[in-house]
Write a protein that binds this ligand. Structure first.
Ligand SMILES: [Fe+2]
Length: 241
């Protein structure tokens, strides 16, 4: 890995400097070998910060069906224990809900730093479905399931949230859909947010700095990453924003 690439990667993820250069090099090489989508195509889907889709989960039904799994939710990563944020995988490495050091229930850069040694994982490498995908309320997402990668259900209590960050760097190597069961105090730097409809899934432009927090206790969110092959399915299901 040349020095320019190392500096670019560590400029985006400064904590990677604490990792062995050889490991960061493997991360960069494998990341750069991922398929990506042109920015022109990316913005065909991301017509707005949040572009609504026809995919809509019945909030009451989902909330009832997820209740038996509450004990299976894990704290989101190993930092910020003051934040009441939990996650349950829709897909992970093994397809098991109790997967150890599950990359679907923590930031992926934290997983890289703390738990990855021989194998480097990027979102498209994490794709085994868990039983949560079988919930009847999520059957409406069936057309997306063949493309699902590193996705989860998040649970937040009032006030819990994420500070300003970016998830996807352009050109994008995956596509993101997001939805929530209750309104969220959600911000994108420099953009107005449209009214968010509970249960509705939105194509979300996480290449823009964004942050947010829950306005209510027991807020579930749908955090979906999708392979680029989902492009056509998503495009067919866009609603006017
Ligand atoms: Fe995000």
């Amino acid at each position: 890995m040349n020095n320019n690439l190392y500096e670019t990667v560590c400029g985006i993820c400064p904590h990677f400097r604490q990792q062995p250069v050889e490991k960061v090099s493997r991360w960069a090489d494998s990341y750069l070998s991922l398929p990506f989508i042109s920015n022109k195509d990316y913005f065909r889907l991301h017509k707005d910060i949040l572009t609504p889709t026809t995919f809509k989960v019945d909030v009451d039904q989902f909330t009832n069906e997820i209740e038996p799994y509450l004990q299976k939710f894990k704290h989101w990563g190993d930092k910020y224990w003051d934040q009441n944020r939990l996650g349950l995988p829709l897909v992970n490495i093994t397809g098991e809900l109790d997967e150890k050091n599950d990359p679907s229930t923590m930031p992926l850069d934290e997983h890289f730093s703390e738990y990855q040694t021989d194998i480097i994982y990027h979102d498209p490498d994490i794709k085994e479905k868990t039983e949560i995908c079988d919930l009847p309320s999520l059957e409406v997402l069936e057309p997306l399931f063949p493309y699902l990668i590193r996705s989860s259900i998040l649970w937040w209590d009032k006030g819990a949230g994420f500070s300003k960050h970016i998830d996807v760097f352009l050109p994008a190597t995956n596509l993101r859909l997001w939805g929530t069961t209750k309104p969220i105090d959600c911000h994108f730097e420099g953009f107005e947010i449209p009214e968010i409809e509970p249960g509705r899934l939105y194509v979300i432009d996480t290449s823009k700095p964004h942050w947010g927090s829950a306005l209510f206790d027991n807020t579930y969110q749908f955090f979906l990453s999708l392979q680029l092959e989902a492009f056509t399915v998503i495009e067919k299901n866009l609603l006017p924003s």
